[in-house]
Design a binder for this molecule. Structure first.
Ligand code: C2E
Ligand code: MG
Ligand code: MG
Ligand code: MG
Length: 276
């Protein structure tokens, strides 16, 4: 009997080892073909001015449906795409797809001010701004309708080139936001040197904003500092009314989260938010 368990234990171990090897090696290989095999899609989550019923903006989020493993989290595949450099190509696909969707919505009576797209630091090399501007021109897309989200860590990489590229796009009206703010190691005072106009408080602070005094104090300090510097504050991951009330009291301007709307396909977004 014990021997039987031992064997099962062994097989279990072997199975999980195989799984992790699959992740490390095969997933990277599979990612190389995912683009041409059309396994990526974009979904869209609405953003609201706090208190308003109609969304004004939307964030585009990538999805990878793997033929054998099913949906793989962007937290997993974006990291692989970044270390292999594939993010350049995949990121361009994401931007073009999202911008085209935004233009299609216009014709379907879905009126939004802006679409926000996530960008990795690795994408922001010396040709980045020119490539984005060329795409926008080809699509006849108003740069003022585009927002690019960059994580705090990427923004703080200290690479002068990143700031140069951002400023070139800002001069054309593209707006920039710092994503996942509070998870990096930059001090609050660094905010004023970042070439952005929006700041997204990371959802890890929103989650327990009413239960964890530290999270509450961080959110409070971030909102206070951001607002005194003239930045707009967006809270992500808002899931319940209690979180919303606290954020409202602290002066947060914009909200996004399951309380208001899940990420939806482009078609489902039309069904939900089309104006009569
Ligand atoms: P993010 O940009 O901070 O996006 C917010 C994440 O929170 C999304 O996860 C979204 O689905 C999720 N979320 C939204 N509302 C709620 C809520 O109320 N509760 C909770 N618990 N979660 C909520 P997702 O789609 O899995 O994306 C994860 C991360 O992957 C993104 O974080 C972003 O950093 C990255 N990512 C996604 N799409 C792209 C892309 O096209 N390009 C790049 N470079 N990164 C992307
Ligand atoms: Mg984001
Ligand atoms: Mg975020
Ligand atoms: Mg995040």
């Amino acid at each position: 009997q014990a021997k039987e368990n031992g064997r099962n234990g062994f097989f279990f171990y072997e199975r999980s080892l195989t799984d992790s090897l699959y992740s490390r090696m095969t997933l990277e290989q599979d990612l190389r073909h995912a683009l041409e095999q059309r396994q990526f899609t974009m979904v869209y989550q609405p953003q609201f001015r706090l208190g308003e019923a109609r969304p004004r903006r939307v964030e585009a989020l990538m999805r990878w449906h793997h033929p054998r493993r099913g949906n793989i989290s962007p937290l997993e595949f974006i990291a692989i795409a970044e270390t292999t450099g594939m993010i350049i190509e995949i990121g361009e696909w994401a931007m073009e797809t999202a911008c085209r969707q935004f233009l299609t919505w216009r014709q379907q009576n879905v009126r939004l001010d802006k679409i926000a797209i996530n960008v990795s630091a690795i994408q922001i090399n010396s040709g980045f701004a020119d490539r984005v501007l060329l795409l926008l021109k080809e699509l006849d897309f108003d740069p003022r309708s585009l927002e690019l989200e960059i994580t705090e860590t990427a923004m703080m990489s200290g690479i002068i080139e990143v700031n140069r590229q951002i400023n070139q796009l800002r001069a054309h009206g593209v707006e920039f936001s710092i994503d996942d703010f509070g998870t990096g190691y930059s001090s609050l005072s660094k905010i004023k040197s970042m070439p952005v106009s929006l700041l997204k408080i990371d959802q890890s602070f929103v989650r327990d904003i009413n239960d964890d005094i530290n999270d509450y104090e961080i959110a409070r300090a971030v909102i206070l500092m951001a607002k005194s510097l003239g930045l707009t504050v967006v809270a992500e991951g808002v899931e319940n009314q209690a979180q919303e009330s606290t954020l409202q009291r602290l002066g947060c301007d914009w909200v996004q989260g399951y309380l208001y709307g899940m990420p939806l396909t482009g078609e489902a977004f039309v069904e939900t938010y089309r104006q009569s």
